[in-house]
Design a protein around this ligand. Sequence first.
Ligand code: PAF
Length: 278
Amino acid sequence: MTDLTVARTRADLAVARGDGAVSFVPTMGALHDGHVQLLKHARPLGDTLVASIFVNPTQFGPGEDLDEYPRTFDADLERSDEAGVDVVFAPTVETMYPTGTDTTVFVDPGPLGSVLEGAVRPGHFRGVLTVVAKLFGLVRPDVAVFGEKDYQQLVLIRQMTQALCLDVDVQGCPTVREADGLAMSSRNAYLSPVEREHASVLYRALRAGAASAPDGPEAVLAAAHRVVDGVPVDLDYLTLTNPDLGEPAPGQEARLLIAARVGKPRLLDNVGLTMGSG
Ligand code: PAF
């Protein structure tokens, strides 16, 4: 290891972040190549690169995988160090939620928080935005980098940053994929070998949909559905939106998003495309 600092407390973090420009990558650990890309993107954006590792209890619903969520702290420190991180902030639940996780103050994500992922996981984005707001308050970053794989999360964090007048430049980073196109995710670790094969259908469907973009929204959705149909995955949604998750418009940029349960884990993916007039 080089000179990576691990800050466990607010006081340690306040010293370690220094006084220069700070770039920040919040994570829940179990770092994979997708996270490494975020860290590499963030490295030149500040004098100090801070990564947080915190499995945030308030974004998990009852019966979700909070207890089983992969925790690989020593390997995470090594990967962080290799990617040029200066400070890993790894707080306890008590540090992040001094008044308890049933605290009465949460960030309300608004209407966009209860569609798509929010419809399947009620309260999820309330927990995500709350912890990201707290992390922004503690780390005080100039720039924060998030993956486009969790596209709705990225849109909501941008909205929150603007709505709450938080002075943070929120940047998105393209999804990093396995050789067959599967988006990298810490939850891919839950897939059995057979499920892993089925999981590649998500990106194949998105690509088929994107290839039909010149023919308009109906053609996009029909092409994507044709690829998923018959593959044993439990589709939650396959939907076309504009980049802000509203209605797509002819001739404009759009986003095609998919979520499916493949065995135990729910997997998410999305691609950007430019709509034809159909
Ligand atoms: O994307 C994640 O890993 C988490 O939702 C985040 C942004 C670190 C908040 O816990």
